[in-house]
Design a protein around this ligand. Structure first.
Ligand code: ADP
Ligand code: ADP
Ligand code: MG
Length: 653
């Protein structure tokens, strides 16, 4: 076994690897960018070394720099985690050249599986079923379009170098092919520096089922059962579970066998995942699954496999990298109970899952039997636009699927994540969704159930609680200025509002609820202050956290930000349907689709912004005329920056 490891990653996966490495007695060496100076993974490791500025391209992706640090720190091996350099064959090679063991497969296996087109061709040759489509060399638009026509719609355009759902476009009609191809190519070029695509038939009622495989340097290869990752948004996993609902022992053997064949075909070593798409329309069947891709690394959702097998996959990775044989044979692999994982993301489900950034004002997770939390951040950490917006993974394990889902839903209810927007309430709603629990789901489940994204209107009970806290802040401030103890009851004589004596009275207080103006009715009665928003009283069970000039309320997993209106700053003039288009997050303006003076219709695409290597379209909130374009294509914008205005015109109102 090794005596030290450099972890070439950050966040929760760096922490997770460090934990196992420490248990195995390895000296742990962290690396960090300037944005991660005080990150959890840095403190968790025995030593830590700076590697550069925040952008991954100037730090976590610098092969030479990482090798240099590993040499200086005398690391025996490098664990790449996932994302970043984990599937970069040049990095694996650079490690070998420096005499440092890369904890992962040989460069040749990474190369063989790295491009989806080549991987599919290889798998076809190995007799593994692949999704029908075109995965050849030719890339001319007309040729690809003709192929699309022959494959039939709906279809998928995929970046051959793709990953993380990027460079992926579903096309439903021939007329939409060109625009989708252009979008996929541009996103692929931006994210992977490779614009090439392949075309696949879109499988109806698709279920994403993947097999965890493991191979050693002694010629052994086995699988550790499947995971079902069908609950997705933007083709990215949200909830994963093991085993897959509807899986039979016979089908597991068939899919597991195909996965092991796939691994053997490329001389695989270490942990890998073979992803299949299954046609779930008539239930899982032997002739209804096809190879999609192989991820030549540890997977984000590996904890569900660890839960049902009782194994530590990172320990296995170290042992295999050190030349030990696999500790188990196929027939000895356990499968106990059911496990479900939920990925808590800093994103806004109600606004197209846009990534959200900012400081985590509060972050608290529950503990309990069968609950595991993997995270790399804590209260006070910043979710930056530089890296993946995942906050944590919550994993529940129980004897049955129902019990595991109950356990996870309960854990999500008790989780506090305040600051950036999160998908917390969506996750809990998914765990409780009747159809999902009845095993009726596929990858379109979240899109088909917009109700699970939560109410779009303001959360009145939360807004009222926020207003109550704002009032209490005032009272405390007044008490302080009058040198009176803050717990003494407030006197109406001290109030700065228009309060008058003579019984209970209600006064309006204008507040901003998630940036939109709203009215809270405040009454000063015998029992102190009472507040209501549209007649709804505060939910006193919700969590309220006071920040400098605002109150964050977390109610049933949904966050509501309540602020006082700053009249001096003219805030009310801009809030609400005035047609102002603002950047929803930090990012880069890729393209302006309209020019000043253009007439647009409601919902029309106005501009494309790129953040975290994903494209997001800004659309018109109403019909009108484009005015005041404040940015140019290529410019960087901060969250909330003015992009343009859609001015109402007489004929469009
Ligand atoms: P990535 O490398 O981005 O993970 P994948 O090829 O694994 O790309 O596809 C991502 C997701 O897109 C899958 O998990 C699945 O939900 C969906 N998908 C991929 N291929 C198909 C297909 N042929 N039919 C239907 N859905 C698909
Ligand atoms: P899967 O989820 O199936 O493992 P993905 O391709 O979605 O496959 O996951 C890899 C992604 O993990 C990368 O694209 C990257 O965005 C993200 N990632 C990279 N490093 C980290 C990290 N330290 N913590 C969380 N996510 C990370
Ligand atoms: Mg994939």
């Amino acid at each position: 076994m090794f005596s030290s490891v450099l972890i070439a990653n950050r966040g929760e996966i760096a922490c997770r690897i460090a934990r196992t490495a420490k248990r195995l007695g390895l000296r742990t060496i962290a690396v960090y960018s300037e944005a991660d100076r005080s990150a959890l993974h840095v403190r968790l490791c025995d030593e830590a070394h700076p590697i550069g500025p925040p952008p991954a391209g100037e730090s976590y992706l610098l092969i030479d720099k990482l090798i240099e640090v590993a040499r200086k720190a005398r690391a025996d091996c490098i664990h790449p985690g996932y994302g970043f350099l984990s599937e970069n064959p040049d990095f694996a090679e650079a490690c070998a050249n420096a005499g440092i063991v890369f904890v992962g497969p040989p460069p040749s296996a990474i190369r063989a599986m790295g491009l989806k087109d080549r991987a599919k061709t290889l798998m076809e040759q190995a007799g593994v079923p692949v999704v029908p489509g075109y995965h050849g060399e030719r890339q001319e638009v007309s040729f690809l379009k003709q192929n699309g026509y022959e494959i039939g719609y709906p279809l998928l355009i995929k970046a051959v170098a793709g990953g993380g759902g990027k460079g992926l476009r579903r096309v439903d009609k021939h007329a939409e092919f060109d625009a989708a191809l252009e979008g996929a190519q541009r996103e692929a070029q931006g994210a992977f520096g490779d614009a090439r695509v392949l075309i696949e038939k879109y499988i109806s009622a698709p279920r994403h089922i993947e097999l965890q495989v493991f191979a050693d340097t002694h010629g052994n290869a086995i699988h550790l059962n499947e995971r079902d990752c069908s609950l997705q948004r933007r083709h990215q996993k949200v909830i994963e579970e093991a085993p897959a609902p509807g899986m039979t022992a016979e089908l597991r053997e068939a899919m597991g066998g195909a996965a092991v064949e796939a691994a053997k075909a490329v001389g695989y070593v270490g942990a890998g995942t073979v992803e299949f798409i299954a046609d779930g329309a008539k239930g899982l069947r032997r002739d209804g699954f096809w190879f999609m891709e192989m991820n030549t690394r540890l997977q984000v959702e590996h904890p569900v496999t660890e839960a049902i097998t009782g194994l530590d996959l990172v320990e296995w990775q170290f042992r295999v990298a050190a030349g030990e044989p696999l500790p188990l044979t196929q027939d000895k692999v356990p499968l106990r109970g059911h496990a479900v994982e939920a990925r808590l993301y800093a994103e806004d489900p109600q606004r197209g899952f846009l990534p959200s950034t900012g400081k985590l004002i509060a972050l608290k997770f529950p503990q309990g039997e069968g609950i595991r939390i993997d995270t790399g951040v804590e209260t006070g950490s910043e979710i930056t636009p530089f890296y993946d917006p995942m906050i944590a993974k919550l994993i529940a394990h129980a004897p049955t699927r129902e019990a595991a889902l109950d356990r996870l839903a309960g854990a999500l209810d008790r989780t506090v994540a305040i600051g950036p927007r999160t998908n917390l309430s969506l996750l809990a709603a998914l765990c409780r969704a009747a159809e999902f629990r009845a095993r009726q789901f596929d990858t379109g489940f979240i899109d088909r159930h917009p109700d699970l994204l939560g109410d779009c209107g303001i959360d009145r009970a939360a807004a009222a609680l926020g207003a109550l806290h704002l009032m209490a802040q005032d009272t405390a401030r007044i008490a302080q200025s009058l040198d009176r103890a803050p717990d003494e009851p407030p006197s109406p004589w001290d109030a700065t509002d228009a309060f008058q004596l003579g019984g209970e009275r209600s006064l309006p207080l204008t507040i901003l609820v998630d940036g939109e103006p709203a009215r809270a009715d405040v009454s000063h009665g015998r029992n102190g202050i009472a507040v209501a928003v549209d007649g709804v009283a505060p939910d006193l069970d919700a969590v309220a956290i006071e920040a400098a000039d605002a109150v964050y309320v977390l109610r049933r997993g949904r966050q509501t930000l309540v602020r006082r209106v700053d009249f001096a700053a003219g805030e009310l003039d801009h809030a609400g349907g005035d047609g102002a288009i603002k950047a929803p997050m930090h990012g880069k303006v890729l393209e302006l689709l309209v020019a000043a003076g253009d007439m647009v219709t409601k919902g029309q695409r106005l501009a494309i912004i790129e953040a975290m290597k994903m494209e997001h379209a800004l659309t018109a909130p109403r019909a009108g005329r484009v005015a005041g374009i404040a940015v140019a294509a290529g410019s960087q914008v901060a969250e909330g920056a003015s992009i343009m205005t859609i001015a109402a015109t007489d004929d469009t109102n």
